[in-house]
Design a binder for this molecule. Structure first.
Ligand code: GUN
Length: 281
């Protein structure tokens, strides 16, 4: 039976550390601020943004919310970002995705000052991640690395298989595992014999976005299984990409959904915001 990797426990410990770092900045007369932009009425985005604001409050970071209407133009959004790029109270700028269809996400993300890009989505920061020399961490993958460290799970020399090749999770995840000397493979929808690949994994990261995609027959005995999925099953219940009940019996460690990777992502966003303020100091 696998040991449960609790994102809640790791996240709480990390937030305590961040609180101290924000306090140390305050004592030097330096404030820390995060600007959060949300455009339109996406209900999931609203929940995420509220949680990000709550996280800021918890560790003493000031949050500035910009809730814009669905009709906001690309030019208006660029004007706001330009102001925030030049606002000394703002250490981090987060533009919640997805944006309405008439706004080009790439144009917006590329306009955020890389020094305030706490999502690490700007090509400059993506490049830093690629060469292993970075200030801003990719939030979800960095949260996973933090959990592995907390549970003393070593990556060095291990076979790591990542299922999913997104820019937000799959690709940067592979880079962070590689930096820790893992032997890394990225699998995706066109991978031939996926099961053969996943069965070789000492550390398996599922970032597919399909409920119950990873079944026990795809997992090696004793593997560490990380579930990045956030799906709704037929009953509307939140579930991951991994068939938890059956895989739990085979894995050595496993993250649950909810309560696994999810809580870590916002915590690492806060880490990036504090890092940005520390760099300013
Ligand atoms: N939408 C879903 N996940 C994210 C994220 O990590 N950052 C931003 N900005 N938008 C998102």
């Amino acid at each position: 039976m696998a040991e449960i990797i609790s994102g809640k426990v790791v996240s709480a410990a990390k937030r305590e550390e961040l609180k101290e770092r924000v306090k140390a900045l305050n004592e030097k007369g330096i404030s820390t601020g995060l600007a959060v932009i949300i455009v339109g009425n996406n209900s999931a985005s609203r929940v995420y943004v509220n949680n990000k604001k709550k996280g800021c409050e918890e560790i003493g970071v000031t949050s500035f919310e910009y809730a814009l209407s669905e009709e906001t133009t690309e030019a208006e959004l660029l004007t706001l970002i330009n102001e925030l790029n030049n606002d000394d109270r703002v250490d981090g700028i987060l533009c919640q995705l997805p944006l309405p269809k008439h706004i080009d996400e790439k144009v917006i993300l590329n306009f955020i000052d890389p020094a305030k890009d706490v999502d690490a989505f700007h090509p400059v920061n993506v490049g830093h991640i690629m060469i292993g020399d970075f200030t801003f961490l990719p939030c979800t993958p960095a949260g996973i690395m933090e959990m592995l460290k907390f549970y003393n799970i070593s990556v060095s020399g291990k076979k790591c298989v990542v299922i999913g090749r997104s820019n937000i999770v799959g690709k940067p995840m592979a880079m962070l595992l590689l930096k820790e000397n893992g032997t890394v493979e990225i699998c995706h929808s066109r991978t031939a014999n996926l099961k053969e690949e996943t069965l070789s994994a000492d550390i398996l990261v599922a970032a597919v976005g399909i409920a119950d995609f990873v079944t026990a027959d795809m997992v090696k005995e004793g593997a560490v299984v990380i579930d990045v999925g956030m799906n709704r099953n037929a009953e509307g219940k939140l579930c991951g990409d991994v068939c938890f009940d059956e895989v739990e019996k085979k894995a050595s460690f496993i993250t649950p959904v909810p309560g696994g990777v999810g809580p870590m992502t916002i915590t690492m966003l806060l880490e990036n915001t504090v890092r940005s303020a520390e760099a300013k100091a």
